[in-house]
Write a protein that binds this ligand. Sequence first.
Ligand code: APR
Length: 312
Amino acid sequence: MANGRRKIAVIGAGNVGATCAFVLAQMKVADIVLLDIYEGFAKGKALDMSQNANVLNYDGRITGTADYNDIAGAEVVVVTSGFPRQPGMTREDLIGKNADIVSQVGQGIREHAPDSVVIVVTNPLDLMTYHMQKVTGFPAERVIGQAGVLDSARMAHFIALELGCAEEDVSPMVLGGHGDTMVPLPRYTTVGGIPITQLMSQDRIDAIAARTASGGGEIVKLLERGSAFYAPGSAAAVMAESVLNDRKRMLPASCLLSGQYGLDDVYIGVPCIIGAAGVERTFELELTADELSSLQGSGNFYKTQLSELLGY
Ligand code: APR
């Protein structure tokens, strides 16, 4: 039955998509449409989540579908469809299979939710976000990649463990690509307003930065089947809510660069403001020569991959 509520679509009802939908349901911001190629899978997850509404006191409608007509009117579309990593794989190993899925999903979004803001979670993240922008033809500010919120949260957790402090007091900053080339920025990472460079030794900071960069791989190895989903799904939900409610959260996210940091025509993680229009503004931080060269190295790595593996 039609109602006056707003709509978010989540494509892919797997681990990341279902988690994202579940977190969004608890935020009570919109009705949620969960779309998967396996209709019963999407419907089953949606029904299970709907039956949880009484337990957790949320009231938006959650429906499952395989039909793109059902995403019409969605203001935000979160894309999680695609294969996750298995032990021993890099995110880039997923590129062929997941590019085909993003092509298919992107066409569905272009046709049925042409005014939406798209948040991509499918890996390899920065490459798939670029591909999604090309497939939809949406302006770049309406296609954003989720990675920085997750990578920063991983770093925050390791810092909180190290200092024995509350997670919420850590303000982390991780830029660059969502992979081995990510660029944790300890100089811009604070706890209760104090830079971590004043709170722990360089050795410990280096160890935390390294563990952050391989944070997803650590989980893939432990799980032995599939990859992380609680934090990635929640991170995407936070971004979606910032768009839907025009919160203008300042978050790191994968954005199309056009000259910032000396990089052009590549998606990579930078700080930005996320609101109703999508990426409303990106920020160019002052970086040391080493930090800048790491970020440019990350951007250039993805530029090469875009041309060699995706033909851009
Ligand atoms: N259209 C819609 N859904 C699809 C399509 C498609 N063309 N192809 C696959 N899917 C669905 C699958 O049916 C599955 O339900 O995508 C879902 C993926 O779920 P999982 O296998 O559980 O993977 P998940 O852990 O959720 O990861 C999804 O997010 O973090 C990234 O690297 C991860 O690329 C992976 C993606």
